[in-house]
Write a protein that binds this ligand. Sequence first.
Ligand SMILES: *Cc1c(COP(=O)(O)O)cnc(C)c1O
Length: 384
Amino acid sequence: MTHGFSTRAIHSGQAFDPTTGAVVPPIYQSSTFVQDGIGGFRGGYEYARSANPTRDSLQTLLADLEGGSHAFSFASGLAAEDALLRSVLRPGSRIVMGNDVYGGTHRLVNRLHVPWGVVLETVEMTDLDAVRAAVRPGETAVLWVETPSNPLMKISDVTALAEIGHAAGALVVVDNTFASPYLQQPLALGADVVVHSTTKYIGGHSDVVGGAVVVRDDELADKVGFLQFGAGGVSAPMESWLTVRGIKTLGVRVDRHSSNAATIADALEGHAAIERVYYPGLASHPGHEIAARQMKAFGGMISVSLAAGPAAARRFAESTELFQLAESLGGVESLIGYPTEMTHASVRGTELEVPETVVRLSVGIEDVDDLLADVLQALDRVTA
Ligand SMILES: *Cc1c(COP(=O)(O)O)cnc(C)c1O
């Protein structure tokens, strides 16, 4: 019988240490492994770029939680994306991605892969007809979906997009960073590959940078595994161990992130200083019904646009006290950011540019009354 998500999050790949009985498997902080005679590997370990037991324990856990056959863990989310893309794209290959994907993902493809001969097209991913027109049968190699998207919280229908992508012979990739596997299971919805910045909800404590690729196909696993080994963007033992430790509480953390964010989104909708709240849990969100179908809850990320314009948005982002002004998201502590000059500065002047009135909140797991009071006092300062 398969166990539930949180049981697997604690136990999958985490058997106690057989030599000492240590309940928590040790951090194998070792670059190399002794051979019993030439080629006599213990447990298959040789050199830590090809495999390390601590990284393996994380990869086993991630593959299980996403319902994949294999997972590969990397030094950052972008290193994971780069390894995946370089294993499936060639000069002349076409990739279609949403017109509001994470700025760093766009920069990776636009500045590193396009000069190498890849053709990048961006499309409004919530418009299925536009996607159908953009994806060319036999030519488009990758359809890249990010849902919810960063920072405008657009919701894309993974099942419908997987059908469109597959009809054209494209590999369908979902960046599942914002939802985490606890809220959304893209492989079960029909996608071929999941990527993560494990820096965010999966690690969950703003103390580690990492990324992952999860696949369900052996042939693709061989290709991504070769890039991981051959180019070497692996996650280190300490980072792998910290990520495993974070994952054990993913379910309880994300439940609390989601309920805190729902309370704050409700309070902000209708606030005089706020022009619009971007939160898929609100009935007014254009993707609410799809999100309700494909996500277990709506997560901890909210964006808002300020009615009084860009200066008010900047002032709001600089006026909270518990919400600290910083890039990144998904940690237990609440953060606030001004995307157009912070996380998304690299896409200014492109069609991916984030409106200057938008402020992004990563709602943490503190007491919700304290968080709400903080946001409201900051809005008072904006309107004063
Ligand atoms: C942060 C982020 C990434 C990049 O991950 P890094 O760990 O910063 O390299 C990719 N996608 C999304 C949605 C992100 O938020």
